[in-house]
Design a binder for this molecule. Structure first.
Ligand code: NAD
Length: 352
């Protein structure tokens, strides 16, 4: 066995249908009495329900969370934190809302309870990406890792079917890259394979029956495992491409991950035979890259970047940006190969 370093992250995970009912108990466990509930405008009602449930421990609401954690949104939230003498945050939502809780924690040290309602995985990571004047900068610090995470499947039932599929494949992307990470280790590899298996099995069932609580539960379990992978080891080419496409071309996060993943994996395939075999086994197919493409089709996701606003004429500029300061990758990042990868992803071709 190769030598490795395993660094466990200190967070408490409460998982199960109806587990939101344990929120007050979890705040007590943290010693918190004045919680600010965070959400996006779209999830205001869920946030109000949580505030009501908290009774006297719920001190206020802030429901302006937005994609990519804009600094001006955080600064407005900070004024509320100060005015209300908040002693913790409760973020209910996807990566955008959890990002806001992290941004507040970075500035104040306040403990966080994260209640994820998508499969993006931010709740399990010590990573925060913030946007100032249109530029996103990402940092990794334990100061932003949520202390407590409550996974309650009931909260994911409202996630629309196609969004569930793309969000789940976004999670799978973390596990795929964890399987060939430079700083990977056998424990994270087990989580990665199990996370892919749980999501690949459940996502098509959710697509045809979004209210299926058992499939939803499997998907949320997979999302937890995949989020842990993202929080624990470094990511490579696929995540770099998606950050480029999200940051410079304003493409939607989960759809972009879903479309690019099979192509990024096909590019890396010659360098990572063991990871390819493990991913294929988890997907229950023979070719991992083609299997991921087919999974995208089975959940009704768009097949090409062209469908979400990325033109063939954008490929040159995207290649240039993505090959500047590349992340470590198991295969050399060469402009010609990346151009082809992005052209295939733009057109929505099945990887060969
Ligand atoms: P999101 O949080 O932006 O949510 C998308 C939309 O879906 C929002 O309007 C939200 O309110 C709504 N929504 C969420 N859950 C819902 C539900 N159950 N029912 C109905 N509507 C629901 O999307 P996301 O994909 O979860 O997060 C993307 C953001 O998170 C990006 O900014 C990304 O960079 C960040 N992210 C960060 C990390 C990290 O480790 N720092 C990891 C993953 C994602």
């Amino acid at each position: 066995m190769q030598p490795f370093v395993y660094h466990g992250l200190p967070s408490r995970v409460v998982f199960g249908q109806g587990s939101l009912s344990r929120l007050t108990e979890e705040l007590e466990h943290l010693g918190c009495r004045r919680a600010l509930v965070l959400a996006t405008p779209q999830q205001q009602q869920q946030a109000r329900d949580v505030l009501e449930q908290l009774g006297e421990r719920g001190i206020g609401l802030y429901t302006e969370a937005a994609m990519h954690t804009p600094v001006e949104v955080t600064e407005r939230a900070m004024r509320v934190v100060e005015e209300l003498s908040v002693d913790c945050t409760v973020a209910i939502g996807g990566g955008s809302t959890i990002g806001l809780g992290k941004a507040i924690a970075l500035r104040t040290g306040l403990p966080q309870v994260a209640i994820p309602t998508t499969y993006a995985g931010s709740e399990m990571t010590p990573i925060l990406g913030e946007t100032r004047d249109g530029i996103k900068t990402t940092q990794r610090t334990l100061d932003v890792l949520p202390e407590t995470v409550i996974y309650d499947v009931d909260l994911t039932l409202s996630l629309p079917a196609v969004m569930s599929g793309t969000s789940g494949i976004n999670a799978i992307a973390h596990a795929v890259e964890a399987l060939y990470a430079r700083d990977g280790n056998p424990v994270i590899a087990l989580m990665a394979e199990e996370g892919i298996r749980a999501l690949a099995k459940s996502l098509p069932r959710i697509a045809s029956d979004p209210a299926n609580a058992e499939a939803r539960s499997d998907a949320l379990y997979g999302a937890w495992l995949c989020g842990t992978c993202l929080g624990s080891v470094g990511m490579s080419l696929h995540h770099k491409l998606c950050h480029t496409l999200g940051g410079s071309f304003d493409l939607p996060h989960a759809e972009t991950h879903t479309i690019v993943l099979p192509h990024a994996l096909a590019y890396n395939a010659p360098a990572v035979p063991e990871a390819m075999a493990r991913i294929a086994r988890a997907l229950g197919c023979t070719d991992a890259a083609a299997g991921l493409y087919d999974l995208g089709r089975s959940v009704g996701a768009p097949s090409g970047l062209g469908e979400i606003g990325f033109q063939a004429a954008d490929v040159d500029r995207a290649t240039e940006i993505a090959t500047q300061n590349p992340y470590w990758n198991p295969r050399d990042v060469e402009a010609k190969g990346i151009h082809r990868l992005l052209s295939d992803a733009q057109a929505g071709q099945r990887p060969q």
